[in-house]
Design a protein around this ligand. Structure first.
Ligand code: MLT
Length: 327
């Protein structure tokens, strides 16, 4: 252990000895809060995280610093926050990947139910299926036929095992009975750069990131992954309308703190979250890119905990069926 670390531990022990024992006596926040994002800067989770951080900072009265800890489909960030000091100053914004990780990763450095305090659900983000400029397919039906014909010569990009783009790509391939070559990135921001440059052919990505590129005519848009069409893309077919019955991927998000964070701190964080999700500037900004803030009853610890548990069960069964694992 380094000297600085020893001194820090000694100070903490000395402070604990003179502090009142009731958690409610503690002040929060006492310094900037770090919001850990599991994927690359500039991508969909990062965009949502930075927008949320801005509103949370105003609600908490301190800076909220975004830190991107990429790798292994978001599971690196999960491990970092699970082991962080449980004082409310380190938080994790994660998506649906939190519920798929236990099924996908045999060696997972955290338990999503036991190693975190669940602050609340945040927002649901739809996905789009997009292709590189110049891809011969022009409609969703043509894309499906192209992927079925090309098989492994088609490159399907995603953000790592357990990323929303990987789950969506896996379901797409299963639904059309065609196996493409999958190309993992640290987030869909670098994946999109590769797609724009023509190095990969197709990907599923969240509207937070794709709508500006779609509107700018930089990528080909084939379909949306939601059961209903989207308000910002009213003329775009759903994959269901394109013939893939029951297809649905919506990327839900939750806010987490390390296990053991004191109850009064969690209450302050939940109040700040709920206040942020009512911020008209945030809601408008999210609405423009197809993002739906979740209902108020889901912006709660139980709202997140119950949804996470049911999603772990649902995806665990699907993943066992698909036989996809990482060691
Ligand atoms: C990202 O921010 O890169 C995405 O959320 C990754 C994904 O899950 O597809």
């Amino acid at each position: 252990m380094k000297i600085k670390a020893i001194l820090t531990v000694m100070c903490a022990v000395a402070t604990a000895a003179v502090m009142p024992t009731t958690a409610s006596a503690q002040a929060f926040p006492t310094k900037p809060v770090t919001l850990v994002i599991p994927f690359a800067a500039g991508g969909p989770t990062d965009l949502l995280g930075r927008a949320l951080a801005q509103s949370m900072a105003a609600a908490l009265g301190t800076s909220v610093i975004v830190e991107n800890r990429t790798g292994a489909g978001g599971t690196v960030a999960g491990g970092v926050v699970a082991r962080a000091q449980a004082d409310g100053h380190t938080l994790l914004l994660h998506h649906i990947g939190m519920s798929t990780a236990p099924g996908l990763y045999r060696k997972l450095a955290f338990d999503p139910m036991k190693d975190f305090e669940h602050i609340g659900q945040v927002a649901d983000v739809p996905m789009t299926v997009i292709g590189r400029p110049g891809l011969p397919a022009k409609t969703p039906q043509e894309l499906i036929a192209w992927m079925q014909k090309e098989k492994q010569t088609a490159n399907l990009a995603h953000a790592g095992l357990g990323a929303a783009s990987q789950l969506c790509g896996m379901l797409l391939q299963q639904s059309i009975g065609a196996q493409s070559t999958t190309v993992p990135f640290q987030g869909t921001a670098p994946a999109l750069t590769a797609l724009l440059g023509g190095q990969v052919d197709v990907m599923c990505d969240q509207t937070t990131q794709t709508i500006p590129h779609i509107k700018g005519g930089k990528v080909q848009l084939y379909a949306v992954t939601t059961p209903e069409r989207l308000k910002p893309l009213p003329d775009t077919l759903t994959l269901r309308e394109a013939g893939l019955k029951n297809f649905e991927v919506v990327v839900w998000h939750g806010l987490y703190a390390p296990k053991g964070t004191p109850a009064p701190v969690l209450a302050a964080l939940n109040t700040a979250l709920r206040k942020s999700l009512k911020d008209p500037a945030l809601v408008k900004r999210l609405d423009e890119v197809g993002v739906q803030v979740v209902a108020e009853n889901l912006q709660t610890p139980d709202g997140l905990r119950n949804h996470l548990k049911s999603e772990i069960d649902r995806w665990g069964a699907l993943i066992r069926q698909a036989g996809t694992y990482a060691d």
